[in-house]
Ligand binder design. Structure first.
Ligand SMILES: Cc1ncc(COP(=O)(O)O)c(C=O)c1O
Length: 400
């Protein structure tokens, strides 16, 4: 009898976390590695949010709470959904979890049975397929093309739907590409979904506030109200409020689904950290003023990276609408060899050689389901980005 669960053999560890850990290890060993692999902002959690957490501790708000969140946070989430997304929810329709990751996972655990398919546009956030597998479902990746700016078309979605499709996972702006769907592009997808009433929509809006060049964020239940009853709108405070370590995410959807998610959470982790929940109340209800200067900084960094990487022969670098990632194609570099003799036959070989020979950590495209590409996270200083892009330019120029 095997000791480890057979479910475990179906999944792999997160490659982004593995790459970030490898870069940290090399750094600790004295190597001058620049990490462009982490998916988190480099700036600090705003002071008003930290103050709210300290005040919560001082007031003794340090005990268990309801398993899926305090009423004050659910109320703040309802207000946010109404204010930002034009969506009306009651607190009974809200689930708060330990990061966006937990709410997505709970929803899949609560709904997937053997044989259920989940459509995931590729390139995708690394955790979606493995979460589906852990929950006993079947991930169905559908490749969006670089020519269509990494966005799924209505025809592609239509072709992927089968009688077994349970969920369509939608993520805009996207990790890893930064691609954001316009209202028209999203409407084309929701029109398809209207024709298939058995398909539910899981919208991962984690990068909602990180949108540039006037890009107008939109989410499926807002674009197509007829989908409201079968949409789970997921979000969190991790990225926009630089609160990755606080671990607060949330989801809004039909009461029955939210209750099922609560059941899972109550028998696994119970409530997310009480102090973090009070901090998240302040994040959502407090000033949003820092978002604009942060976004200006991100645009500057995005443009810096795109300009420098676009100068490389063999690399194509689309301009994304949001998040803090770019996802260049290295199709023109495949088959070349590094001065140390490494053949760049895959994007994984490219990323490994870039780390070993040029001290820059990025994540290879195969991890996100679309090759040959790599993901750059530009949530780091201008100086680090300039130096990293200079190293990438040099590394690519030396390929023969
Ligand atoms: C698209 C997407 N969804 C969800 C998450 C999870 O966020 P959290 O840190 O709140 O669990 C991430 C984090 O990288 C992400 O990129």
């Amino acid at each position: 009898m095997p000791f480890l669960s057979t479910t475990l053999s179906r999944v792999k560890p997160s490659p982004t976390i593995a790459m970030t850990a490898k870069a940290a290890e090399l750094k600790a060993a004295g190597r001058d590695v620049i990490g462009l692999s982490a998916g988190e902002p480099d700036f600090d959690t705003p002071q008003n949010i930290k103050d709210a957490a300290v005040a919560a501790i001082a007031a003794g708000k340090t005990k268990y709470t309801a398993p899926d969140g305090i009423p004050e946070l659910k109320k703040a989430i309802c207000a946010k959904m109404s204010r930002d997304n034009g969506l009306d929810y009651t607190p009974a329709q809200i689930s708060v979890g330990t990061g966006g990751k937990q709410t997505l996972y709970n929803a899949l655990m609560a709904t997937l049975n053997e044989g259920d398919e989940v459509i995931i546009p590729a390139p995708y956030w690394v955790s979606y397929p493995d979460m589906v597998l852990l929950a006993g479902g079947t991930p169905v990746a559908v490749e969006a093309t670089l020519e269509n700016n990494f966005k799924l078309t209505a025809d592609q979605l239509e072709a992927a739907i089968t009688p077994n499709t349970k969920w369509f996972i939608f993520n805009s702006p996207s990790n890893p590409t930064g691609a954001g769907y316009s209202r028209t592009e999203l409407k084309a997808l929701t029109d398809v979904l209207l024709r298939h009433p058995h398909v539910w929509v899981m919208s991962d809006d984690m990068y909602e506030h990180l949108a540039y060049d006037g890009f107008e964020f939109c989410t499926p239940a807002q674009i197509e109200p007829a989908l409201y009853e079968r949409t789970l709108t997921c979000n969190g405070v991790s990225k926009a409020y630089a609160m990755t370590g606080w671990r607060i995410g949330y989801a809004a959807g039909p009461v029955e689904l939210i209750a099922a998610m609560r059941k899972i959470q109550s028998q696994s982790t119970s409530n997310p950290c009480t102090i973090s929940q009070w901090a998240a109340v302040e994040a959502l209800n407090g000033t949003q003023e820092f978002l604009t200067p942060n976004n200006e900084m991100f645009v500057r960094r995005r443009d810096l990276v795109i300009k420098m990487l676009s100068e490389i022969d063999g690399m194509t670098v689309p301009t994304p609408e949001g998040a803090f990632y770019v996802y260049p194609s290295i199709a023109g570099l495949i088959g070349k060899t590094t001065p140390k003799g490494t053949v760049i036959d895959t994007d994984e070989a490219f990323a490994t050689a870039l780390l070993d020979e040029a001290d820059v950590a990025v994540v290879f495209g195969a991890a996100f389901g679309l090759s040959p590409n790599f993901r750059v996270s530009y949530a780091t200083s201008d100086e680090a980005l300039t130096e990293a892009c200079t190293r990438i330019q040099r590394f690519c120029a030396e390929l023969a």
